[in-house]
Write a protein that binds this ligand. Structure first.
Ligand code: ACO
Length: 322
């Protein structure tokens, strides 16, 4: 039996930081309101010349470095992103050329904030079926580009960033199981209702923005995150005591705390980085994972429960041994 295992992590945040106090100058809000309701203190914003692929490249090089693997050994690239550089080619193809990788499959996955879990699931299946041996799996976003910076109900929540992992074939897991869900009936609660084939003129006039019914999203997110985490534990006959680190999508510290409470996971086992970068959508889970690997919290052999929830709605989880 062949499994996939994470052998390196990396992440990147743009250097420009926007604090809650900076936002007070843009919209009618306050640091206290944002911090109390979301746990966010600041977010990083890509400069106008920085693209999603630029962030993905930095995170990927850091992950390859940590894995001690040359980019030429990578035989699969999957990027989860909602904010691709171009309509086509995919951000993954642009990255492939930059990293000097030849002829590997390379493609983008779009599942908004659950995107990294979708990408990880796909790469895991490539490796288990011996279609790849070393995969670069990335979550990268310039979400600031699809935010209305005059809308206080959304602009305080999001930021830009990228996280990456290198997965390689291994005789032992690694990834024990992945669990994905979607329910398009909720498509209007969280969306950018604009694209290439619908309302394209809003892209041209620069008003393709994220819309969200925050309260509704909150309630459904907490329920779905609980269910999909339990599904991952049950699939592995594991209980919460066996989980060393719980790494949820970093959307709102209250969603994180509420999910942890429902699962019976103590907050000192939860990786929380949202205060530093806000909701970076598909980048948030690998960003948080890399932070906890690099600061020494996550160690080889630790059991990780990761999970995410995003527009669609899409949601998912994975149980793995680091
Ligand atoms: N600053 C100050 N006041 C604000 C702000 C703001 N930035 N935004 C809203 N308010 C006001 C509202 O207008 C409202 O005022 P009113 O009572 O006079 O009408 C009041 O604050 C309360 O607003 P609510 O929307 O009820 O506030 P709530 O406690 O629900 O918090 C929030 C809003 C933070 C958006 C919360 O609903 C939430 O986090 N939802 C989940 C969102 C999420 O996680 N989305 C991402 C998941 S998927 C993905 O990542 C793409």
């Amino acid at each position: 039996m062949i499994y996939s295992k994470i052998c390196g992590t990396g992440s990147y945040l743009p250097t420009d930081v926007m604090t809650n106090h900076d936002l007070e100058k843009l919209v009618d809000t306050s640091h206290d309101w944002i911090y109390t309701r979301t746990g966010i203190e600041q977010r990083h914003i890509a400069q106008s010349h920085e693209s999603t692929c630029d962030l993905a490249e930095e995170a990927s090089r850091a992950a390859l470095n940590a894995a001690g693997i040359d980019s030429s050994d990578i035989d699969l690239i999957v990027i989860a992103t909602t904010t691709a550089d171009q309509v086509f080619p995919s951000t993954a193809c642009i990255l492939q050329e930059r990293l000097g990788i030849k002829d590997s499959p390379a493609f983008d996955v779009q599942a908004v904030c659950a995107g990294f879990l979708y990408a990880l699931d796909i790469a895991d299946k490539f490796i288990r079926t011996e279609s790849a041996t070393k995969a670069l799996v990335i979550g990268a976003e310039t979400f600031s580009r699809i935010i209305d910076w005059t809308d206080r109900t959304t602009c305080v929540l999001f930021g830009d960033g990228a996280g990456a992992v290198v997965l390689e074939a291994a005789a032992v897991p690694g990834i024990h199981s992945t669990h994905l869900r979607a329910n398009g009936a909720y498509k209007d609660l969280l969306s950018v209702p604009v694209g290439i084939s619908r309302n394209f003129e809003q892209i041209i006039n620069g008003s393709a923005y994220t819309q969200m019914q925050g309260g509704e999203v909150f309630k459904i997110a907490v329920k779905c995150m609980e269910q999909i985490a339990i599904e991952a534990l049950e699939a592995n006959d594991a209980d919460v005591e066996q989980v060393d680190w719980f790494i949820p999508h970093q959307a709102n510290s209250r969603i994180i705390a509420s999910t942890a409470r429902r699962l019976g996971v103590s907050m000192d086992k939860v990786v929380v980085t949202i205060n530093q970068h806000g909701n970076t959508s598909a980048a948030s889970i690998p960003l948080a994972m890399d932070t906890a690997v690099r600061d020494g919290r996550i160690k080889a052999g630790d059991n990780l429960l990761i999970e995410g929830f995003g527009g669609g709605f899409t949601w998912g989880s994975a149980y793995l041994t680091y």
